[in-house]
Write a protein that binds this ligand. Structure first.
Ligand SMILES: Nc1ncnc2c1ncn2[C@@H]1O[C@H](COP(=O)(O)OP(=O)(O)OP(=O)(O)O)[C@@H](O)[C@H]1O
Ligand SMILES: [Mg+2]
Length: 488
């Protein structure tokens, strides 16, 4: 079968060959001085520039990362066993790029686009540079459409809009990845293409994430980019840029995309490791001075494009790890200042069984509120106020203060709300359900429920919403009638 583009391709090839002239070509030839730890020192390439792609004679590749007077440092992207001191190196003249296109949907690839799922290389016809400049202001639009995560706390109190960058921050093992995976799973049928970037994780964790995505049908619209723990540091360093480029291709074609960077702490460690090995001057916490620039350049590429640019969007969920809740450390503060808000996961809440362990007081979404449906916004505003008051009151009563009846009632109501907000992982919920429980709670219909009975009551509500087909735009009294029936 001849594809329509093939004759054109043949014609272009013919033209190219007609124009081709045989002539001697001068090319610099470099030599490897030393190699190890994922980097190589090279001499003899005087016109090499930063970010030039290098071809080694043995088949390895690398990219220029440090320029010295006599020698240059390169980070290796592919390394064969034959790479040693003395190996000949050339500048390739190619740019660092990755294959992009719909053939990547459902695939697992490394940051150079090589398949890691044991299948054929993805049949992509286009490539995209890993480091494209972010769209200028005139090409951008406001964030006005919501991106639902399926998480009760996030969708009601810390809403995310399409094109927003929302940081997921917390200590090790507080459920950061789970929240991101649930969000990806919840994009089924929402018209959002997802890219999940795994940076420096153990193979077991990588496999389990991919298996989870597959089991819940999320691989139908998701690409996974992996720079594993024991991969070359160069690959771990490039992974977020690769994931971003893959999503950017779709965004530029008017699609909505979601990219998860899991996680940027590991990315920063890798960048620090490479920079120290290549003798770049260290700055705060021994990170190189341009780590802020690296992360901001990456996250600035997420945006909502204006209508004349196709109206696509790229939402980013970068994940960062804190040590013992210290959000003022260098990398976390950098990322907090770059992103449009953060979801803070707390170890103590996690240990106390409040999961997802989101600390509502310390989490914000600076622009997502503009994209929130007015009905949800109105109901959630009342609920959030109640909850924050309750948290304060609870601290106060720990000292054994005697309470008036109204206060005791507020406490009871808050405790029930806390039960409502708990959510199992892998169970994202539709936005209509969020509206239903918000209304029921605001009407006080959960108030006298023993906390243990909350899950069963919510399950009934969920089944009711599902069967009813009611939408966010239906009138409140219609919702009230239905909810009353489901709950009694
Ligand atoms: N909503 C939840 N309900 C119950 N358990 C949860 C929930 N979210 C996460 N967990 C559990 O908490 C553990 C840690 O979750 P997860 O791996 O997502 O955290 P993380 O912050 O990404 O950890 P890591 O530091 O290993 O990357 C997992 O065993 C997971 O099953
Ligand atoms: Mg994780």
């Amino acid at each position: 079968m001849v594809k329509p583009s093939e004759p054109r391709l043949l014609e272009e090839l013919r033209q190219h060959l007609m124009r081709y002239r045989m002539q001697p070509r001068v090319q610099e030839q470099g030599r490897v001085l030393s190699v190890g730890d994922g980097i190589a020192w090279i001499e003899g390439l005087p016109s090499a520039a930063m970010d030039d792609l290098l071809d080694f004679e043995d088949g390895s590749t690398g990219v220029v990362f440090a320029l010295g007077r006599r020698r240059l440092g390169a980070i290796l992207l592919e390394e064969t066993e034959r790479l040693t001191a003395g190996t000949v190196v050339h500048r390739s003249g190619r740019l660092l790029s990755i294959p992009v296109g719909d053939a990547l949907i459902g695939r697992v690839v490394d940051p150079l686009g090589n398949p890691l799922d044991g299948l054929e290389p993805p049949a992509c016809t286009r490539r995209r540079s890993l480091d494209t400049p972010s769209p200028p202001i005139v090409e951008r639009d406001f964030v006005r459409q919501p991106l639902y995560t399926g998480c009760k706390i996030v969708d009601t109190m810390i809403p995310i809009g399409r094109g927003q960058r929302q940081l997921i921050i917390g200590d090790e093992g507080t459920g950061r990845s789970s929240l991101a995976v649930d969000t990806v799973i919840h994009q089924k049928g929402q018209g959002v293409l997802c890219v999940y970037v795994l940076i420096g994780q153990k193979r077991s964790a990588v496999v389990s994430t991919i298996e989870t995505l597959r089991r819940y049908g999320a691989m139908d619209y998701t690409t996974v980019v992996v720079g594993e723990a024991f991969a070359l540091p160069g690959l771990k360093y490039l992974a977020p840029m690769a994931g971003c480029a893959i999503a950017e291709y779709w965004t530029r074609r008017g699609r909505d995309t979601l990219v998860v960077y899991d996680d940027l702490s590991t990315h920063a460690y890798t960048y620090r490791e490479l920079s120290l090995l290549l003798r770049r001057p260290p700055g705060r916490e021994a990170y190189p001075g341009d780590i802020f620039y690296l992360h901001s350049r990456l996250l600035e590429r997420s945006t909502r494009l204006s209508a004349d640019q196709g109206g696509g969007s790229m939402t980013a969920l970068p994940i960062v790890e804190t040590q013992q809740g210290e959000i003022a450390a260098y990398i976390p503060t950098n990322l907090i200042s770059i992103t449009d808000g953060q979801i803070y996961l707390d170890t103590h809440l996690f240990a106390a069984g409040f999961r997802p362990a989101i600390d509502i007081g310390r989490s914000v979404s600076r622009i997502g509120g503009k994209a929130q449906h007015p009905r949800i916004k109105e109901e959630a505003g009342r609920m959030k106020l109640d909850y924050l008051q309750f948290l304060e009151l609870e601290v106060f009563t720990r000292f054994g203060a005697k309470l008036e009846e109204t206060m005791a009632k507020k406490l009871r109501r808050g405790r029930v709300l806390r039960e409502i907000l708990k959510q199992e992982r892998l169970h994202p919920l539709p936005i209509e359900f969020q509206l239903a429980w918000l209304i029921a709670f605001n009407e006080g219909w959960f108030d006298d429920l023993p906390p243990a009975e909350v899950p069963a009551r919510l399950a009934r509500l969920e089944a009711g919403v599902k069967a009813s087909g009611l939408g966010l735009d239906d009138r409140r009294d219609v919702w009230l009638q239905h909810i009353k029936r489901w709950l009694t």
